[in-house]
Design a protein. Structure first.
Length: 568
């Protein structure tokens, strides 16, 4: 049954002989929307949410108020209502047979019954959000209340639940008492056909419908979140950025896929399976953007280069940190990329022109172009050069020199605690061309060296200023010691030697920040000795520290160093 059929179901319920029914459906499928719509159009309906309700008495009080309010009784007879409400505390609940005696409700209902329209056979009380009730409220009491209300003439009850969200304890009692208290159950399996389009609008729904059907998304909240997210991104970047290279349709797809990954799949890569090779699985496991692009979107973007924008959009939704500059930089990279797809059907002249354009582009880089965009162009040019048995005019070392400024500008030690090297997938895609693989290796080494250089410069600046408040850069250095290449390790060793290991001598009066910095430097040295197989490196470090100042003349310094170096 679809959610929009709830209105017809309740109309039938008003006429038939059933007195207690259950409507079950997953969260976000649209149950409450159509129930409230029916309530607005029919004056003989009382809607009560069980969300957060801790006891039966609070539920009965709400029903009573609904009764007198719906009858127009509350405004004129508030004093009498207050008196009657005080008597509700005297209600006797007998749960042994799932029965509840509710004399006050019965009396109050009789007092308003005459005000109901003649064509309304019964007064329907709808209890929503069973799964959201407070844990203190026993689910048996809820069924007991339904049973008790059924004993009052002309009152019918509807219980709304999401069975899959009930707690383990409630599920057991639910199954037992449901059979005794409920006469007919209905399952809502899908949202109304028109619901997604009403939420998203025709253009968005028409674009993402195929993706939605693939994942059989039944939660309308997914579409509501997508609608809000699209509006948020549009508000950030404006409407003037869209064109043939970056379409609104691609934005809709990327926003929807981000919601699916983060909200529906809770950032789990559910579509990866054990049958895939380990290298592919490892690559996608650590790369959310590639996974979203390939598995959720099935590489379905009007412009594949918009994967650069997808990375920014996905990261924005995951972290909640929106960087307009970052998103606009990705959009500009897509706009500036003038690569013309070439294929088996291109003429030799077309391919030669493309290669020449690629060489020209490399020689005229400004340093702010996206690295992945550049490498895509280079990869295609090298592959076509190989296919036509011609020499690409630039060596890998020359290509690297051209793109070094782009790599340097790409690195931001403030935003990340890990090296953003080219992923292993590059080796898979470029395996047949050794020249490209060699280029990627050179680029990765430079990325690593440049990252460490920038990190060491930041540490050096703080050390020179005697500013020890932020140890995060030391942590970054420590975290990368285990997997650096030989050329990069030499950079670190040289920098440590030239700067006395960045070790602040803890003499005279010190503070906690300085002492913590000293301890971190010690652990970094120990990690270097352990993982780089440098014999007596730690001993050499200690010797240099002791030579930096006359320890014997400063007893506090001597005591601190003893504590620092004797406790491993």
């Amino acid at each position: 049954m679809k959610a929009n059929e709830i209105e017809r179901l309740l109309l039938d319920f008003n006429e038939n002989d059933y007195t207690k029914i259950l409507i079950n459906g997953s969260w976000g499928i649209g149950k409450t929307h159509y129930i409230k719509k029916y309530q607005e159009e029919n004056s003989n309906v009382c809607y009560v949410s069980l969300f957060g309700k801790k006891d039966i008495n609070s539920i009965i009080q709400e029903i009573y108020f609904r009764f007198v309010s719906d009858a127009g009784y509350l405004k004129d007879k508030f004093a009498k209502v207050k008196t009657k409400m005080s008597k509700l505390k005297q209600l006797n609940l007998n749960l042994a047979g799932i029965g509840v005696s509710i004399p006050m409700l019965e009396t109050s209902f009789e007092s308003i019954k005459s005000t109901l329209k003649k064509n309304q056979n019964s007064y329907i009380i709808i209890f929503d959000d069973l799964e959201r009730k407070h844990p203190d409220l026993d689910i048996k009491e809820v069924f007991g209340l339904l049973d008790g209300l059924a004993e009052i003439n002309d009152i019918k009850t509807v219980l709304i639940a999401a069975e899959d969200k009930l707690s383990e304890n409630d599920s057991i009692n639910y199954k037992e008492f449901k059979e005794k208290a409920i006469e007919r159950s209905y399952s809502i399996m899908k949202y109304a056909d028109e619901a997604p389009e009403k939420i998203l609008g025709f253009d968005v729904w028409d674009t993402i419908k195929g993706i939605s059907e693939k994942f059989e998304s039944n939660n309308l909240r997914t579409f509501e979140k997508t609608n809000l997210f699209i509006k948020e991104i549009k508000g950030l970047i404006g409407n003037d950025v869209f064109n043939s290279k970056f379409s609104k349709d691609d934005l809709y797809r990327m926003c929807f896929a981000s919601i699916i990954f983060v909200v529906d799949h809770k950032e789990e890569k559910k579509l990866l399976n054990s049958s895939e090779d380990n290298l592919t699985t490892a690559f996608y496991k650590d790369n959310d953007t590639e996974y979203t692009f390939v598995y959720l979107l099935e590489s379905n973007l009007d412009n594949k280069m918009n994967k650069l924008i997808l990375e920014c959009i996905l990261e924005s939704y995951k972290t909640g940190a929106y960087s307009k500059n970052k998103i606009m930089k990705a959009i500009n990279s897509v706009m500036e990329f003038d690569y013309k797809p070439n294929s088996l059907y291109s003429s030799e002249e077309d391919v030669l022109n493309m290669i020449a354009q690629s060489e020209k582009h490399l020689n005229n880089l400004k340093g702010n172009e996206d690295l992945e965009t550049i490498l895509t162009e280079v990869k295609d040019s090298l592959n076509w050069s190989d296919a036509l048995s011609i020499e690409f005019s630039m060596s890998n070392d020359q290509i690297l020199e051209c793109i070094k400024p782009n790599i340097s500008n790409m690195i931001n030690i403030e935003d990340q605690l890990h090296l953003n090297k080219l992923e292993e997938m590059y080796y898979i895609a470029m395996e047949k061309n050794r020249s490209i693989k060699n280029l990627v290796e050179k680029i990765n080494l430079f990325i690593e060296e440049e990252y460490i250089n920038q990190l060491l410069m930041k540490i050096s600046t703080l050390f020179e200023k005697e500013d020890y408040r932020d140890p995060s850069y030391l942590f970054q250095l420590k975290n990368h010691i285990i997997n650096l290449q030989e050329g990069t390790t030499d950079l670190i060793l040289d920098s440590l030697r030239r700067n006395n290991f960045f070790f602040p001598v803890p003499s005279k009066r010190i503070n906690e920040n300085l002492w913590y910095w000293c301890r971190l430097i010690k652990f970094i040295v120990l990690e270097i000795e352990k993982h780089w197989d440098l014999e007596d490196y730690y001993k050499d470090f200690i010797s240099i520290v002791y030579s930096m100042q006359n320890v014997e003349e400063d007893k506090m310094l001597k005591h601190r160093l003893k504590l620092l170096f004797e406790n491993q």
